[in-house]
Design a protein around this ligand. Structure first.
Ligand SMILES: [Zn+2]
Length: 682
């Protein structure tokens, strides 16, 4: 995420949560009316991403000036005001792009007071570059830093309270208990580009590093952070230092510190024999019973997602629950921040948990790729619904999500919302992106879809991915070039609006599909299924659709009375309800094309069909041809069986040199045509 509750519409939150949204707003208004924010953050509720967009131009990996290998952060939180300060020590490598060397090390730092900076023990000068929200660390003797060289960069800094920050990009938020919360509260919230407002770092999603976080707070406070808890050590002046170690690479926007007088509820999760990790809530005492009772549900979620997506990847899974918090949740690595009002909200909890795989383990390489975080986490909500209630629950979950057509951002492309004028976290990357993943699953089938997710995760685990990387995983697993899918669904706008017209001629059913969307959305090429209903029976056929108006002729073995497009609801679409009824006249045909067996298949599969007795040319037999197409409609195989007598016959189809993927087989029997899909798995 972040998931917005206050500052912009948070789309996936459904009716019950919308009610909560109102209560959050009410509380914020009441609280700000009482005494304002702890460190003058009266602009908190006005925070918007469009503010961020204008002040934080997103750069690309080509701009990278350094490669951080490890962060070692040691900070003190005052906990009586918004003071945060201490030392950041970074292990840095100069990338090869620096060529003959560079005289400066660029580090993100926005409105932090830097007291001193050292490189390999030598005190350096610090030049501000406020346009890029960076400082440059320059060697006093003009020494060049060479590509491949490993450097230790140490920066002592303070983040002073009471300083105005543009666009309410606080980075660190502090609130006093006089606001009506159980105790003073401080937390960081960085996505997309505000980590630089609370710590010097290389604040780009593609530069991940391991991290050590030592947070000193007054005794009695708990400081929750990323990774494993190493120690809690009392220090001088009644302070205590919480030492956390994140051994898995982490992007700066996922680094997090949350401190208050929390209690901790823990439930062990056995990931594998001899491998147990804690599931935890860090909450205020009044919330401890409710959250402790919810932890078994969290464990079920971890188990369900682990079986679908691969083992839970980190050393713990923790959640803090705080308010005021302008979002539903934020997926900080191993330590999600939840809005207190949504701390046991099923959809929010499972969404943030799913981000541990999609966003944290595999991180979007650039912000235009944000759908790789959000669409995947949002679709994981549907997977959890399916886990509990099977296919009917999945279908109804997606139908409910479909209601979000009301959000205008759906008209845009899933990729790169900001360039299209949307917010980075608009619903196009949540609701629409989730639907597009569902559509992809419908096209390739369950077996390949989950293999795609596993291959994508395995390849980019601990690192980053671009949209092209995900497409490469789709191509690799399906064995076909899926660019056609990405061009229309990820880079293209809108969705198809189908018209369905039907005509029964007495022995043939003619179905005409039209695409009714306006011209600035392109035509969609899609494999589609049609369910032909008759009295007490039905049959499902697969068709390939790619033009504005396309007709298909079938000879069902019964008199049809209606046709349903995409009966199982796999395709993001609308249907133009100008459907004509099937014209009923008597004359049963009974050609039958059966589903191939086995399916999916490896080397070969059997395709059975029935030629009916009593049809026009049955006494002499009819021509039977088998044609196999790939997803793009290209013919990859053709066999002619010649004239066949009435009755059941079959083709043995051998895959030979074909690669894994979805194929369509069409049987032409005289003038009758039937089409079905099959899956080849190598
Ligand atoms: Zn999210």
């Amino acid at each position: 995420m972040p998931d917005f509750l206050v500052d912009s519409v948070r789309p996936f939150v459904r009716w019950h949560a919308l009610l909560k949204r109102v209560s959050v707003l009410t509380v914020l208004v009441v609280m700000s009316g009482i005494c304002g924010w702890g460190n003058g953050q009266t602009g908190f509720s006005k925070q918007t991403l469009s503010d961020r967009k204008s002040s934080s131009p997103f750069s690309t990996p080509a701009d990278s000036g350094i490669d951080v290998l490890h962060y070692d952060l040691a900070i003190t939180l005052g906990m009586t005001d918004g003071f945060l300060g201490g030392r950041m020590t970074m292990q840095v490598r100069i990338p090869p792009a620096a060529g003959g060397g560079t005289d400066r090390i660029p580090v993100h730092s926005a409105q932090l007071d830097i007291d001193s900076a050292f490189v390999n023990g030598t005190r350096c000068t610090v030049e501000r570059d406020s346009v890029h929200e960076k400082v440059a660390i320059v060697h006093p003797a003009g020494r060049l830093f060479m590509p491949g060289e490993s450097l230790t960069v140490r920066i002592d800094y303070r983040r002073l309270p009471g300083v105005s920050r543009p666009g309410s990009r606080w980075g660190y938020y502090f609130f006093l208990d006089t606001l009506g919360i159980p105790s003073n509260l401080g937390y960081t919230m960085s996505e997309p580009s505000d980590a630089r407002y609370w710590m010097p770092c290389h604040d780009e999603p593609w530069d991940k590093a391991t991290a050590e976080l030592r947070i000193t707070v007054p005794s009695g406070y708990v400081a929750a952070s990323n990774g494993k808890l190493v120690s809690v050590t009392p220090g001088p002046a009644g302070n205590v230092t919480w030492h956390w170690h994140e051994s898995h690479p982490i992007a700066p926007y996922l680094m997090s510190v949350t401190a208050s007088r929390f209690t901790v509820a823990t439930l062990p999760f056995v990931r594998a024999p001899g491998d147990t990790i804690p599931l935890q809530y860090y909450v205020w005492p009044p919330d401890s019973l409710e959250t402790a009772q919810y932890l078994p549900t969290v464990r079920s979620m971890v188990e369900a997602l682990s079986s679908l997506l691969g083992p839970y990847p980190f050393d713990k899974y923790g959640m803090t629950a705080v308010v005021p918090f302008g979002y539903g949740g934020m997926e900080h690595q191993t330590i999600t921040t939840l809005n207190r009002y949504l701390k046991t909200d099923e959809q929010v909890v499972v969404h943030e948990l799913a981000h541990q795989w999609w966003g944290d383990l595999v991180t979007c390489a650039t912000w235009p790729d944000i759908w790789l975080n959000e669409s995947f986490a949002s679709y994981s909500e549907a997977l959890w619904a399916e886990h509990k209630g099977g296919r009917p629950a999945l279908k109804s979950y997606m139908e409910e999500a479909h209601l979000h057509f009301m959000y205008s951002s759906w008209e845009g492309a899933v990729y790169d919302p900001v360039t299209q004028g949307f917010n980075l976290f608009d619903d196009v990357v949540y609701g629409k992106g989730s639907w597009v993943l569902h559509t992809l699953r419908g096209v390739v089938g369950d077996s390949l879809f989950f293999r795609i997710l596993r291959e994508y995760r395995a390849k980019h685990s601990g690192g980053n991915a671009t949209t092209a990387d995900f497409q490469a995983a789709v191509d690799s697993v399906t064995g076909v070039a899926m660019d056609w899918f990405f061009q229309q669904w990820i880079y293209g706008k809108g969705w198809p609006i189908y018209g369905v017209r039907q005509l029964w001629t007495g022995d043939s059913l003619i179905v005409t599909l039209t695409q009714e969307q306006s011209l600035d959305w392109s035509l969609f090429t899609m494999p589609l299924t049609l369910k032909i209903h008759g009295p007490g029976r039905d049959t499902t056929v697969a068709v390939q659709n790619s033009s504005q108006s396309q007709s298909y002729t079938f000879a069902p073995s019964f008199v049809p009375d209606s046709v349903t497009l995409d009966p199982d609801g796999w395709v993001l679409k609308q249907i133009d309800r100008t459907v004509t009824a099937v014209l009923k006249t008597a004359s049963p045909g009974s050609f039958v094309l059966e589903q191939n067996y086995p399916n999916p298949f490896n080397a070969s599969t059997t395709i059975r069909y029935t030629v009916p007795a009593g049809t026009e040319s049955s006494h002499t037999g009819v021509d039977v041809t088998l044609v196999v197409f790939d997803l793009l409609g290209r013919e990859v195989y053709r066999a002619v069986a010649g004239r066949q007598p009435p009755g059941v016959s079959s083709f043995e189809f051998e895959a030979r040199a074909l690669s894994s993927g979805v194929y369509y087989y069409r049987l032409d029997i005289g003038t009758w045509r039937g089409t079905r899909a099959m899956v080849l798995l190598r």
